[in-house]
Design a binder for this molecule. Structure first.
Ligand code: GDP
Ligand code: MG
Length: 177
């Protein structure tokens, strides 16, 4: 399982969309392993958006993200970084596909509701930037067994099933070659 960082931005908080946004991730089956509100500091945001330092929108995005508290989440799942980016949609809300969070709720290139890590390496850096170790939790999630199939959970080895009786195979017919 992989982890990714989500920041529900000031417009999400102010437009009372936090519940809906969390629901989109929960409804997909993803697991929330960290969740908090924080008023982000300008120096942290300058670091977070450092790769955009030369862009005309850099100062504006930093100022906006520091304007009121944000809601931050660490989300876990198979291929979580890509799955979450797809759920979030393209950067500009006017262009993001309908059915994505930005496509459904945003009309802006900046106030686009959510930050989501762009790749796995960045996700690790960003999680470490915004969450302390004790703020991320490991727990069994009730519906986990129904979200992924056995092979996706690493619990299915067809080779081991061959030659077993139905009883040995937990009452199931072993797969035929
Ligand atoms: P993301 O990875 O989809 O969030 O997009 P980027 O990494 O390209 O940009 C980071 C954030 O900067 C975006 O989510 C927007 O909030 C903001 N941003 C990006 N492009 C623009 C722009 O053209 N104008 C303004 N004002 N903000 C922008
Ligand atoms: Mg980005």
């Amino acid at each position: 399982m992989k982890r990714t960082l989500i920041i529900a931005k000031p417009d999400a908080v102010n437009r009372c969309l936090i519940g809906k946004i969390i629901s989109r991730f929960e409804d997909k089956g993803l697991k929330i392993v960290g969740l908090k509100m924080d008023h982000l500091k300008v120096y942290t945001l300058r670091e977070h958006y450092k790769h955009h330092e030369d862009k005309p929108f850099f100062e504006e995005i930093v100022e906006y993200m520091a304007s009121i508290p944000c809601v931050l989440m660490v989300i876990e799942g198979k291929d979580a970084v890509n799955v979450v980016r797809k759920l979030v949609g393209d950067t500009c809300g006017r262009e993001a596909a309908l059915g994505t969070i930005r496509g459904d709720y945003s009309l802006s290139a900046q106030t686009n509701l959510i930050h989501a890590s762009k790749d796995e390496e960045t996700a690790k850096e960003e999680i470490a930037r915004f969450f302390k170790e004790g703020e991320i939790f490991q727990y069994d999630k009730m519906n986990f067994n129904w979200i992924y199939c056995k092979s996706e959970k690493g619990l299915y080895d067809p080779a081991k099933k061959e030659g077993k009786t139905v009883e040995e195979n937990g009452g199931h017919q072993a797969p035929q070659k």
